[in-house]
Write a protein that binds this ligand. Structure first.
Ligand code: MF3
Ligand code: CO
Ligand code: CO
Length: 317
């Protein structure tokens, strides 16, 4: 009898839970006429980046106020994270709280994005579109809030734990926050853009976590995404010197498995190829002479991550 040729097996990481699926996306929410809108709100097209890499003192003051609102809206949204709430409801909460504070939710109609916030669950890396999926016990969810007010944007995000979350995911979330702060701590007048990614990648590697390469931090200020590019891994070409007054985000996405990704047909939702989980945190900051100043901090000095992110020491083994 001829030996049967073994069929080549494609090894896929075992899925421990139902994979994420596109849900039903509700209508875009409306913004009152008295809220000042960014230029792209009408057309969806932000056009090419034309703004300076550095802010004027007046713009910086506006970014402190708008950044505080972005932080407070994110903290507010965090209070509602629990099993059963849909991401569309989170969208409504973020949308209404932003408007209540006189701001415009920057994602709304940015390059055609249909909702007011990004909600990225489990293996969704970023840019998840709020829909009718209820949060389930054990999920992790990144909520990415950006607010436009006084002519400037404040961009920040936090990954929240939903109910009882497994230890690997808690560690992923905790270390992703630490990696962001390690990257941010390299920042000062005269440091290099690649110092940030080097610190993030080093921390990720020490904890056996992947670093997503396709999405990077960005200049932010009068424009939502301006020219400065901040990779979250070491890129020798990212030699740009940081100078006092530059404003940008640091927003690493770390993965339990391989960081390769694909997009859903909505052309926004980015997911890990292997279906394993991804976490992200984000701050907007400004370079100072001897360090940095976080701009996405609530007026009482707190941040969503400090309130909600698990601490590495609280994660056992
Ligand atoms: N807030 C995201 C970032 O950190 C960008 C979202 S773009 C959107 O850069 F259109 F999806 F909102
Ligand atoms: Co950003
Ligand atoms: Co963001």
């Amino acid at each position: 009898m001829a030996k049967r040729r073994r069929k080549k097996q494609v090894v896929v990481a075992p899925a421990s839970e139902p994979p994420m699926r596109p849900g039903i996306i509700g209508l875009s929410r409306t913004v009152p006429a008295d809220i000042v809108k960014p230029p792209y709100a009408a057309t969806g097209d932000p056009g090419p980046s034309v703004s300076s890499l550095t802010r004027t003192p007046e713009e910086l003051d506006a970014m402190r106020r708008t950044g505080a609102i972005a932080a407070e809206v994110l903290i507010h949204a965090g209070q509602f994270v629990e099993p059963g709430i849909t991401t569309d409801k989170i969208d409504e909460i973020v949308h209404n709280e932003t408007i209540r504070r006189g701001g415009y939710p920057s994602p709304l109609n940015y390059r055609g994005f249909r909702k007011s916030v990004c909600t990225s669950i489990n293996e969704v890396i970023c840019h998840g579109i709020p829909d009718n999926r209820p949060l389930a016990d054990g999920d992790i969810i990144n909520i990415d809030v950006t607010v436009y007010k006084e002519g400037v944007h404040g961009d920040n995000s936090c990954t929240f734990l939903v109910g009882d979350v497994d230890e690997h995911s808690r560690k992923l979330v905790a270390e992703t926050y630490v990696s962001m702060m390690e990257g941010i701590k390299t920042v000062r007048n005269g440091s290099k853009v690649h110092d940030i990614g080097r610190a993030i990648e080093r921390h990720a590697r020490a904890h056996n976590l992947g670093v997503v390469k396709e999405f990077i931090g960005h200049g932010v200020g009068t424009e939502f995404h301006s020219d400065l590019q901040i990779p979250h891994y070491y890129d020798a070409r990212a030699k740009t010197e940081l100078l006092t007054g530059m404003t940008f985000t640091v927003e690493p996405m770390l993965t339990l498995g391989h960081p390769d990704l694909y997009l859903w047909e909505d052309e926004w939702t980015a997911l890990t190829m292997d279906g394993r989980r991804s976490a992200q945190f984000e701050h907007t900051l400004v370079v100072t002479d001897d360090g940095y100043e976080l701009l996405t901090v609530a007026s009482d000095g707190t941040t969503a991550a400090e309130l909600y992110a698990p601490k590495p020491e609280a994660v056992t083994s």
